[in-house]
Design a protein around this ligand. Structure first.
Ligand SMILES: [Zn+2]
Length: 440
């Protein structure tokens, strides 16, 4: 996995946020060996000409549900709790290992083609092996875990589990997959949200995550009704409740964080917990949207994610970048949320939210070579100005030309190297039809 990318613009996302014009990136043994102009590349057999392109760190989704991709365009026009009870939970309950694999394959195909190299994923209750198997074969970086649900109203039989069963299956998956493929696959405990988990389960997860040194990935304060029900159930707001159970820390990522109180901002900062902003999903479910500039100003790390294809309805990180930027400007003014701050969410901040900041998220010597090459030749990118603003405001997922994970090409000249798009789409259509028919 040695290669050199030549004569390109490198958006490094290093500490100085340097953007290097006319630069090369040298990759040896899957890691970045050098960055700069006119690099010596002795013995490197593969040279990639990236003139007229921008190279960015591989883009990172901080919150995703690969299990829901087959439900795309089948759950519109609902708010969060109705969306879950009426559509998503019945569909998740109907999954088989085959449909789960089809959903994950479709997810990772879409991610790779849109320049994403890593994601933090929450599964359904069952069949999470199929998601790890799919990521193992697709080649991208996955931090994921089965969804944990031992409580809640309106949960269908196929998703209900006891506390013991939920912990047991999570630990089995952790043992099997955490650290597999040279650390490319990692486990994260994924209690769904406060309303579908007993206090006992959440306390166990808090202790186990510390004991095993793995991450916790959950949802918090997405929707006002959810927040009201959490207060009714626990007497506390979402984040304050998690804090009272010892669940928050630098190993915890909370998706959404739309309706946080000032006290919860403080708890996030003091514990080092991460937020993940999902602008399309928050708008699609009419939830509201997170005050990201304020969260960042409060020194909370904020990542970016598509959430699920059933509430987005795509998994395009470029759509999220553009929307995340535009959404805030009417409130904070045209200079209140610069493009660089937005791109940080899908690179360095995303790496932190996945616990991978020492390995990925920027183009720096020693890091793993997770790289995305964006072709700037399209008419909608002409003329090109500031490369970062171009990526955030003008670029689209189909401008992504090449994608590398650990120096291995997953996309070359817009063609996936590990996945067969026609076969994946055909299988996905068949499995999605079966799920829709079964659920009615
Ligand atoms: Zn979610």
């Amino acid at each position: 996995m040695d290669l050199v990318i030549r004569n390109t613009t490198v958006v490094t996302m290093n500490a100085g946020r340097e953007v290097l014009a006319g630069a090369d990136v040298l990759v040896r043994d899957g890691h970045i060996a050098a960055v700069g102009p006119g690099l010596e590349a002795k013995g490197v057999r593969q040279t990639i000409d990236a003139a007229g392109c921008v190279v960015t760190p591989g883009l990172i989704h901080g919150h995703l549900h690969a299990c829901q991709t087959l439900f795309r365009n089948h759950a519109d026009g609902l708010e969060l709790l109705d969306w879950l009870r009426e559509r998503i939970w019945p569909l998740e309950a109907a999954h088989t290992p085959e449909s789960m694999r089809a959903s994950a394959d479709l997810t990772f195909l879409e991610l790779i083609r849109s320049g994403a190299t890593a994601c933090l994923d929450m599964g359904s209750v069952r069949h999470y092996d199929a998601v790890f198997e799919s990521a193992r074969d697709a080649g991208l970086r996955l931090v994921g875990g089965k969804c944990m649900m031992d409580a809640g109203q309106g949960v269908p039989g196929g998703l209900k589990e006891s506390t013991e069963a939920s912990i047991g299956e999570s630990l089995r998956l952790l043992e099997r997959w955490h650290g597999a493929e040279d650390g490319r696959l990692r486990y994260a405990f994924a209690p769904r949200f406060v309303l579908s988990c007993t206090e006992g389960l959440l306390r166990r997860v808090a202790a186990l995550a510390k004991d095993k040194g793995v991450r916790i990935h959950t949802h918090a304060s997405e929707n006002p009704t959810e927040c009201d029900l959490v207060r009714e159930k626990t007497g506390l707001d979402n984040v304050a409740y998690f804090h009272s159970l010892g669940l928050l820390g630098p190993h915890t990522t909370l998706a959404h964080c739309v309706w946080l109180t000032v006290n919860e901002y403080r708890l996030m900062r003091e514990t080092g917990a991460h937020a993940c902003h999902c602008p399309s999903a928050n708008l699609k479910l009419a939830s509201g949207f997170a005050k990201v500039p304020e969260l960042l100003d409060a020194r909370v790390n904020v990542a970016l994610g598509a959430d699920g294809a059933a509430c987005n309805n795509n998994l395009d990180i470029f759509t999220e970048l553009r929307l995340a930027a535009l959404l805030q400007l009417p409130r904070v003014g045209p200079t209140g949320f610069p493009a660089m701050r937005v791109l940080e969410m899908a690179t360095v901040n995303g790496a932190k939210a996945l616990g991978l900041e020492a390995e990925v998220g920027s183009i720096e010597v020693g890091k793993r070579a997770d790289l995305t090459i964006v072709d700037l030749s399209g008419p909608h990118l002409c003329p090109t100005g500031d490369p970062v603003a171009t990526l955030v405001y003008s670029a689209r997922s189909d401008d992504v030309r090449d994608v590398f994970v650990g120096g291995r090409a997953l996309l070359r000249d817009r063609r996936p190297t590990t996945l067969d798009p026609a076969a994946i789409v055909a299988t996905a259509r068949r499995q999605a039809a079966r799920l829709a028919e079964q659920v009615g």
